[in-house]
Design a protein around this ligand. Structure first.
Ligand code: MSP
Length: 504
């Protein structure tokens, strides 16, 4: 069976989850759910990044043992998955033995292949990003050093193991010249190409003055990014059983961590002669009413509170409907309310209620029968509905969540118009046969809407699927084939978004 391996970044446990983490996980979840529906063998991985100086400092600030601290915060990320209905197949933690073993095996491979050598690192380090900063990107002020974001940097001078990244510049360029779709969106691909073309220096991959991490010998601890990136292999049982799912079909990441994935990670895989990820998709950043989200500004958007307030389907829908996936977006409660009212309660919720309640009350709750013939208007709506599976697949192959939802909205609007125009409530008396046909056509449309929205809003769409009388093994390419025969009873209609819809 065709496999599909998709990953989120593993989240730092220095702090509680926020909307940015939720966003990445939801996007992956939609793709995982979509490809499961399409019959692929999916492995969807997420987890937590638990080593490094930043995490160690946060534990210290809370006067907790690092392990106890990371256990607690990691649990919050697991709970977030339940809260948001994230259907991950595995949750990797970098403090797990299975991960440490795999990360060390990977390190040993790099070493055995001659890509690790000892040297001295003298330069700047940004603790919050766990990143080395080159001299060109450092500003000195009053005896202190700052990066371009104005964050203070620390100076490091110590013995370190280096990964011979410079030797992989040409292989990386060759790879990306041949695989122009390996990074999405295009602007990010170009950004990576420019960075590689600018010249790659060897990368310091171990630290001496750090204890909270994986020990690699001679008093060194693995650089947290090397440790973290290997999670994508360790969860698959590297070096023994990774072949079933490796390479990753998609690594979904935020644009801020593109270089680590598209350059460092891919270079390390090249060095170990392992297959390369097929695609890296970098999404944009959320701001809060125009401001960068940060704890110090006190404007962090808590996904638990958001879900409590709006419901998980609505949060999932809003985040992916707000802007195309590579773009930045600005969060505002007003925009969220507007979307939920417009697209969910007054949109798909209302449309389904209108049709299904009408069938319940005026047609004895029975599935309409297949028309003898269709009018051109019927055919038009059916053609638009039948186009949805291909539109969805084309869009989702390019992380087009926003575009998929736009296609659905268009179909919904047309279906609404169709109902208004044909007014089945009037046909009931004047032409019951035509009323049946109109309802049958709209049921086709609802089956397609349900199918396309299923990965986005699994709770509401499972309810809709049930109300349409369909079981869960429908084919998303041909959902109407699973509708019931004409005359078969349909389940009792229910509100799809009960917290927003009154029972009409
Ligand atoms: N631990 C590293 C990843 C290691 S992967 C081998 C890390 N963790 S993180 O917790 O800081 O970020 C995880 C993800 O959340 C990133 O993809 C990042 O882009 C995303 N977001 C963090 N803040 C965000 C927003 N404000 N908006 C959107 N996503 C952002 O980096």
């Amino acid at each position: 069976m065709d496999k599909f391996y998709i990953t989120t970044p593993i989240y730092y446990v220095n702090d509680a989850p926020h909307i940015g983490h939720a966003y990445t996980s939801i996007a992956c979840d939609v793709l995982a759910r979509y490809w499961r529906l399409r019959g692929r063998k999916v492995f969807f991985l997420t987890g937590t990044d638990e080593h490094g100086k930043k995490v160690a400092q946060s534990a210290q600030q809370q006067q907790k043992e690092p392990q106890k601290f990371v256990d607690e915060v990691s649990q919050k990320f697991k709970t977030l998955n339940e809260t948001l209905n994230i259907s991950a197949d595995d949750f990797i933690r970098t403090t797990q033995e299975r991960h440490k073993k795999a990360a060390l095996a990977f390190w040993t491979q790099l070493h055995a292949r001659g890509f690790i050598e000892k040297g001295v690192y003298r330069g700047w380090y940004h603790i919050n990003d766990e990143q080395y900063v080159g001299v060109d990107d450092v500003t000195l002020k009053n005896g202190k050093a700052f990066n371009d974001k104005g964050d203070e940097l620390e100076l490091i001078e110590e013995e370190s193991f280096f990964f011979k990244l410079s030797q992989l510049q040409q292989p990386l360029l060759d790879h990306y010249s041949k695989n122009k779709d390996a990074i999405f969106p295009k602007t990010r691909y170009e950004e990576v190409m420019r960075f590689i073309e600018g010249g790659l220096k060897d990368l310091s991959i171990s630290r001496q003055n750090l204890t909270w991490g994986i020990k690699v010998g001679e008093g060194h601890v693995m650089y947290v990014w090397v440790d973290a990136l290997t999670n994508y292999l360790s969860a698959l049982g590297y070096p023994d059983t990774h072949d079933e799912f490796w390479p990753a079909d998609i690594h979904v990441i935020g644009k801020d961590i593109l270089r680590f994935h598209a350059v460092y990670w891919v270079a390390m895989l090249l060095a170990c002669d392992l297959p390369l990820p097929k695609k890296i998709i970098a999404h944009g950043w959320w701001t809060n009413e125009g401001e960068k989200i940060s704890k110090s500004k006190g404007n962090v958007i808590d996904p638990f509170i958001l879900t409590e307030e709006w419901g998980r389907d609505a949060v999932r829908y809003f985040l992916l409907r707000a802007m195309p996936f590579g773009n930045d977006g600005d969060f505002s409660p007003q925009a969220m309310r507007h979307r939920i009212e417009g697209d969910l309660s007054n949109g798909v919720g209302n449309l389904c209620q209108r049709i299904l309640r009408f069938i319940e009350r005026q047609c004895e709750g029975k599935m309409p029968t297949k028309p003898q013939s269709l009018t051109s208007q019927d055919e038009q709506l059916i053609a638009q509905a039948q186009a949805l599976p291909a539109q969805t697949e084309t869009a989702l192959l390019q992380a087009g969540f926003f575009q998929t939802l736009e296609h659905v909205t268009r179909l919904m609007t047309e279906t609404d118009r169709f109902i208004d125009h044909h007014a089945p409530w009037q046909l009931k008396k004047s032409d019951p046969a035509r009323m049946n046909d109109v309802l049958w056509v709209t049921m086709q449309s609802l089956a397609h809407i349900m199918s396309a929205l299923m990965p986005f809003m699994p709770d509401a769409m499972t309810s809709l699927r049930h109300q349409l009388g369909m079981n869960n093994n429908f084919d998303p390419l041909e959902p109407c084939a699973s509708l019931r025969e004409g005359g078969a009873p349909l389940p009792k209609p229910q509100a799809l978004f009960p917290r927003y819809e009154s029972d009409r």
